[in-house]
Design a protein around this ligand. Structure first.
Ligand code: COA
Length: 320
């Protein structure tokens, strides 16, 4: 038994912030941002919350899947910017949508989170534990960004994407996932320091810190490696893949991966220009756009690949 995707959805905040808007708060400009990253604008949450965006994306995915909320057995939310330490976002989504009988938990694997969530859900189904799952990648990462740091604040955006999986004979073909804590320091966002009756730490929250070039080098090396690893493991050739749906961090990373794999770039769809890097939400937002734009045909093989803080990375191969 494996799992197939039977519905997708997405939700993004209403407010659009362009590169020109950012050039009014830090020393930057549209030319620098777009030529280095491909990003032209991003959505930034104002009224929207992590749970609210997640629920909206999930509602659309459920509607498309034809599943009623009370039928859902498992909810996994991938996020690193939840509204609360607890309860988890999965329970808040369940509350909002009227999902009453599901196991629900959040999963933290930064920008690889949605991929880890999908792999986890399908493993549960392969083991016969659940017949369906709602998986969501969501971030209001703008609240973790230091808006005085031009090297990071121009990169990120908020949003949510969701998918409903159902146990089936075909669909999910295979996956690989990895992490390497040796490079944990190159992309971080710490929580509060210890500040209790024994220790007086600085209770201020920290913001995202990144060594951009280290992350860039990691992505362009590890993503092609894990794609090759997955293709070898599943016996599927590069030519059989209709689309390579990569985490949308940076168009130069995606172009470079395409080049290293020797695959035409038009099989690497991109929307980073519109949303920036939405971390765990980027893959399901793009998947939903392609789905609703009618770009995916039954039987298409899609290779999804994510990478991010941890460092974490991985890939999954699914048949639409
Ligand atoms: N606008 C204008 N100048 C900027 C800037 C900005 N927003 N951010 C940095 N700069 C400046 C730097 O201060 C530096 O100036 P200096 O030469 O006077 O010191 C110069 O631009 C070059 O900085 P550098 O960091 O070397 O740029 P880069 O070519 O490596 O590009 C990134 C920076 C962040 C775009 C690039 O490293 C990258 O995309 N890395 C991957 C990041 C990523 O995707 N992270 C998420 C993964 S999930």
């Amino acid at each position: 038994m494996t799992a197939r995707i039977i519905g997708t959805g997405r939700a993004v905040p209403a407010e659009i912030i362009t590169n020109d808007d950012l050039s009014r708060i830090v020393e930057t400009n549209d030319e620098w941002i777009s030529s280095r990253t491909g990003i032209r604008q991003r959505r930034i949450a104002k009224e929207e919350t992590t749970a609210g965006l997640a629920a909206e994306a999930a509602r659309k995915a459920l509607e498309q899947s034809g599943k009623a909320p009370e039928e859902i057995q498992l909810v996994i939310v991938a996020t690193c910017s939840s509204d609360y330490f607890f309860p988890n976002t999965a329970c808040l989504v369940a509350k909002e949508l009227g999902i009453r009988h599901a196991a629900g938990f959040d999963l933290s694997a930064a920008c690889t989170g949605f991929l880890y969530a999908m792999n986890t859900a399908q493993a549960y189904m392969a083991a016969g534990m659940y017949e369906n799952a709602l998986i969501i990648g969501v971030e209001t990462i703008s609240k973790l960004v230091d808006w005085k740091d031009r090297s990071t604040c121009v990169l990120f955006g908020d949003g949510a994407g969701a998918a409903v999986l159902e146990a089936a004979d075909t669909g999910f073909i295979g996956m690989v996932q990895h992490s390497d804590g040796e490079k944990a320091d190159v992309l971080t966002c710490r929580t509060r320091e210890m500040n209790n009756l024994l220790v007086s730490g600085d209770p201020a929250l920290d913001y995202i810190k990144m060594e951009g070039q280290e992350v860039f080098k990691f992505a362009v090396k590890k993503v092609p490696e894990c794609v090759e690893e997955l293709l070898e493991k599943t016996g599927v050739s590069k030519e059989e893949i209709r689309y390579y749906i990569l985490h949308q961090a940076n168009s130069r990373i995606i172009s470079s991966v395409a080049k290293r794999l020797k695959v035409e770039e038009d099989r690497f769809p991109m929307n980073v220009n519109l949303y920036g890097n939405t971390s765990a939400a980027s893959i399901p937002i793009l998947l939903d756009e392609m789905n609703r734009d009618g770009k995916l045909q039954k039987g298409d093989k899609l290779l999804l690949s994510g990478f991010g803080a941890g460092l974490t990375w991985g890939a999954a191969l699914v048949e639409w």
